[in-house]
Design a protein around this ligand. Sequence first.
Ligand code: C2E
Ligand code: CA
Ligand code: CA
Length: 605
Amino acid sequence: MDSVLIQLRNFVNNIDQETFILFVIGSISIIFFIYIFSLNTEKKKLQKTINNNVKIFQKAFDLSDDAMLILSNKNKVIYANKAMVSLFSFEKNYQLSVLKQMPKVKIKKEWMALDTFIKDQQISVDEKVQIFPHVMLKVSRKNEIIINLHLDILMMDSEKNSSYYVITIQDLTQAKKSADMEYRHKLTNLPNQIQAIQDLPALYSKIHIDNNKVALILMSFDNFSRLRAIIGYEQSNKIIIKFSKYLSTIASDMDLLIYHTFDNHFLLAVSNVYSKEAITLLVTEIQKRLAIFYKMEDVSLHLTVSAGIALYPDSGPTRKLLDNTYKALSQAEKDGDGKIAVYLPNETKKEYDELTLHNDMKDGLEKGEFEVYYQPIVKTGTGETVGAEALIRWIHPKIGFIPPDVFIGLMEKTGFIIKLGQFVLEEVLKQLKRWELFKFKQIQVSINVSMVEIATGEFVEHVEKQIDYHQVNPELLKFEITEGVAMISEKQTEKYFHNLKKLGVGISLDDFGTGYTSFTYLKKFPADILKIDKSLVDYILTNEEDKRIVKAMIELGHNLGMEIVVEGIETKNMVELLASYGCDYMQGYYFSKPLPVFEFQKLLR
Ligand code: C2E
Ligand code: CA
Ligand code: CA
């Protein structure tokens, strides 16, 4: 070891300074070049790996059936996968260039270039994914497809301009086609039974809004299998197609939906029906037309269709309506060719079977067959809804709609009215609370009270407890007591009037003018509201005597410090006449029929 050091020292001592410097520079350069060389190979290796990885990602993108496009925030195309390129027939050199023509999507009614659309969304950075279902996409000048559009934002670092958009386009055309097929009849391309079942609830919801009946009509050709046997499958199909086309022409003129449910069955759904007679007339018309246009065939065929009709509410609850058209049709077919039958469950027993009703009440209340409807009470002049009358409805599962006039009397006889009254009160209080919480306009709701309820002696106490429990402002409640009832026992009624008033609730004297009016009675128990009965205004436009009576009643009520509600207002002329008499509030079909709560509360928004 020593000798090596000695030799090195000797070498250094022996060479001159210049040579030494050259030697050092030479060594450093060699080391540097070696370093650079190795660095370059590293870099190349890394680059190769990156390139490989990029290719892998691109290939993976290309495997996707969904079209994908990655755009920079300056609209430069970073990558478009295979599906995207073929969807738009992009040129080869699209990459890293700004697309000349951005794909166009239909947003609501307008077409928008994808980049404008993205900007229009003003998507904040935290909402990284946006899905726009079922939008239309223009893939060529003529061709549009239906798609789901996904928009993802990639942020490479916190800088805003380092964001990228990943646009994924899911083509739904095929899926939609097969879904559509499922909802259409193969022969006529009309919507089928599956579609009908899906559409009917929307149709039923119109009942309350339009105040009309809804009718379902099921039609079928009579003796169709025999006809098939005679003229053959193909010819008979032609008849079906021709008939479907005829039905479609009438459908476009009316508020009518047509379904080809199966084979030779067609279902018609009509939402603007005023009466059973009107709908029967429509069917008769169709039957007549059928006879005419088949006479024009080479062979004169005698074709007839039979029809079964079910109407809401006459033919039962909506969920039974379709079934009931089948019952009606089978009845029509039994009656002969080209016949019409309307399903009326209670036709055979016009007198409601009281025993059945009585037995079904308790169950019905528990099963939710009873529902409180609300009829607006509006202010004269402005027409603003300031209150509502709560009116009970019973849709019996077998009988269908039963008018309150039928079951209220029975309930009074059996005492069940007490349970019903408690149900109505509770429903109304809950509803008032909900309206308060959801910031609806606060209105007064009137509840009808039967004398039987009052006679229990516990009515006032029950009301007080319930108001307290539900924490509702008592001024929002009114009780309607009928004049006749109130006169039964003067003493008792007087007591109740005063006790009720002490709770802070309002009192209306209902059906005023139907019993006989005792002025002393009115003076003794002044209610807040006098409600003039519908029967007194039914003929008011033509009957001079009715005019005088109602006018006098309004004045009398006012003189006793009460406000006046007139019910049963059905026409504009009635509104004008009663307004001229000074009536304060009005209620009637002219403004609205009683509505289920969801429909009614739309008026309060
Ligand atoms: P009411 O207290 O005289 O109620 C007014 C009735 O007139 C309601 O009949 C309402 O639907 C109807 N009506 C309102 N405006 C018009 C209109 O412009 N034209 C026509 N044609 N009718 C109109 P609804 O609901 O059938 O009730 C009948 C009766 O049944 C009520 O007469 C009431 O005495 C009783 N009632 C209803 N719900 C309840 C309740 O919850 N409890 C009690 N105790 N009785 C009730
Ligand atoms: Ca009433
Ligand atoms: Ca009344």
